[in-house]
Write a protein of this length. Structure first.
Length: 132
C-alpha cells in the first residue's frame, strides 16, 4: 500500500457509512496520519483513538462519533492532495466549505492545522483533505 493516509480516510468513511463503533487501522502508523487523527479528535469528528493488540498484531482503534439519532458526524471525507498531484493554497485563498460545517486539513510550516487555524496564522500550505 503506497498511500496510508488515503487508506485511513477511506476506512473511517466506510466505517461511518456502515454505522460501526470503531475501525481498525494498521500500526505502526506514520506521524502525519496520527496528527490527522489528533486534529479530528480536537475538532470533534471522532471520539478518540488508541493502540490495541488483537491476535498478537498491533492496530490503532479509532472510535467513531454519531449524533443522538445515530447519524454519522462525518458525512463526507475526501483526500485533496495525493502523492501524484500535490495541491497547495495560500492563506488568503482558503475558502469556507459547506457554510462552515466542514473543515480543511492543511500541512503548514507550523505543522498540520485546520483551515481556520491557518487563516489565523496567515499560513498556506498543502491541502491534505476536507471533511463535512
Amino acid at each position: 500500500m503506497t498511500d496510508i493516509l488515503s487508506d485511513m480516510l477511506t476506512r473511517i468513511r466506510n466505517g461511518q457509512k456502515a454505522s460501526l463503533v470503531e475501525v481498525l487501522l494498521f500500526n505502526p502508523m506514520p506521524t502525519r496520519c496520527r496528527q490527522v487523527l489528533i486534529l479530528l479528535q480536537k475538532e470533534g469528528f471522532i471520539l478518540g483513538f488508541k493502540n490495541v493488540v488483537i491476535n498478537n498484531k498491533e492496530y490503532v482503534s479509532v472510535l467513531l462519533k454519531y449524533t443522538l439519532n445515530n447519524v454519522p458526524l462525518i458525512t463526507k471525507i475526501k483526500r485533496v492532495s495525493t502523492s501524484g498531484k500535490r495541491i497547495y493554497c495560500k492563506s488568503k485563498h482558503l475558502w469556507k466549505i459547506f457554510n462552515g460545517k466542514g473543515i480543511f486539513i492543511i500541512s503548514t510550516t507550523q505543522g498540520l492545522a485546520t483551515d481556520t487555524q491557518a487563516r489565523l496564522w496567515n499560513l498556506g500550505g498543502e491541502v491534505i483533505c476536507y471533511l463535512e
